[in-house]
Design a protein around this ligand. Structure first.
Ligand code: ZN
Length: 343
């Protein structure tokens, strides 16, 4: 099969579009013929590598994907061959105490497709049958692939972990990334008032089109926490979605007393300084999570399939041009998701 893989860590130039063996499904697994995959920042981190990362080379990136089941392994209903599917990239054992409690994204043997095993930058991928989720007739494969990881992640954070309620206020730090564009839409659908911090008028325009109520351009307002504080009548917001990390000091200031700070990532870097007085003095809760559960995936994808939540697609490249796609993602030029077309 054709795939984009790499043998060593480095920049986009380490990605090679080449032939490699087609994997075969084992027990309870399916082979998916992919039609579309979507990029996540995670793909860049895996490609760059981090201290302690262990991959079996060559490694294939990619968590998101959609296509159809081409073959099934032992124990899977053969009638599933030909079924159109979107992939839930969270792989769990189904047997540990976390899995049995429905908290499968905390599984003791948790794995993520494209990180700990070969992913979706390929014509074919093998996944557990339970991770191949039925795709309704006529629903676009690129939209499904673009939605999966980011809507899943944002849903688990805002709805499952933070228990967002109608009438609450949510501040999203960042306007154009995949998780943030998902978070804006989910917060609006849940009945919240949404404030967005963005780096340019174009990115804020995108946030507005997704339903954001209040827009703040950080290139004009570097002390944006003061603006949020004033806009909320010197109260602060109930919830801050901060996946940048280095912006925590400002997010703490923008939150109300008793506010929740949500984080699913650290696009600004892993380590930074915070002033602990804000956490205890304002009764703040910092709520971390990563990805989501099977139940979250079913709930959020149903809303995507209905059109209540819409993935934003920035640009689509052929699989063979994955290097260009990575360059665009790393430059931060994208507005929404970048997808790859798999012929
Ligand atoms: Zn488990």
């Amino acid at each position: 099969m054709k795939a984009v893989l790499f043998y060593r860590h480095g920049g986009p130039e380490v990605l090679e579009y080449t032939d490699c063996p087609t994997p075969q499904p084992g027990a309870s697994e399916v082979l998916v013929r992919l039609r579309a995959t979507a990029l996540n920042r995670l793909d860049v981190w895996v490609r760059n590598g981090w201290p302690g990362i262990k991959l079996a080379y060559p490694h294939i990136c990619g968590a998101d994907g959609a296509g159809e089941i081409a073959a099934v392994g032992p124990g899977v209903d053969p009638a599933r061959v030909g079924e159109r599917v979107v992939i839930n990239s969270n792989l769990s054992c189904g047997r540990c105490l976390y899995c049995l409690a429905g908290l499968d994204n905390r599984c003791e043997q948790w794995e993520l497709l494209g990180e700990t095993r070969n992913g979706t930058y390929a014509e074919y991928v093998v996944i557990p049958a339970v991770n191949a989720y039925p795709l309704p007739a006529g629903f676009d494969e690129h939209a499904a692939a673009a939605a999966a990881l980011v809507f899943h992640t944002a849903w688990h954070s805002l709805i499952t972990r933070a228990n967002l309620r109608p009438g609450e206020s949510v501040l999203v730090v960042g306007a154009s990334g995949g998780v943030n564009t998902a978070a804006i839409q989910i917060a609006k659908l849940a009945g919240a008032t949404v404030y967005v911090i963005g780096s340019s008028p174009q990115k804020l325009e995108l946030a507005k089109s997704l339903g954001a109520d209040y827009l703040i351009d950080r290139s004009q307002e570097p002390d944006w926490h003061k603006v949020v504080y004033q806009m909320t009548g010197r109260r602060g917001v109930d919830v801050v979605v901060d996946n940048v990390g280095t912006t925590f000091p400002q997010s703490f200031r923008a939150a109300r007393k008793g506010g929740r700070i949500l984080t699913v990532g650290n696009t600004g870097g892993a380590k930074f300084e915070i002033d602990n007085r804000f956490i205890f003095g304002k009764h703040l809760s910092i709520i971390g999570s990563t990805m989501g559960t099977h139940a979250d995936f079913a709930a959020v994808m149903e809303l995507v399939f209905k059109g209540a939540l819409k993935p934003v697609i920035d640009r689509t490249y052929p699989l063979s041009e994955a290097r260009l796609a990575h360059q665009r993602l790393e430059a931060g030029e994208q507005m929404g998701k970048i997808t790859l077309q798999i012929e």
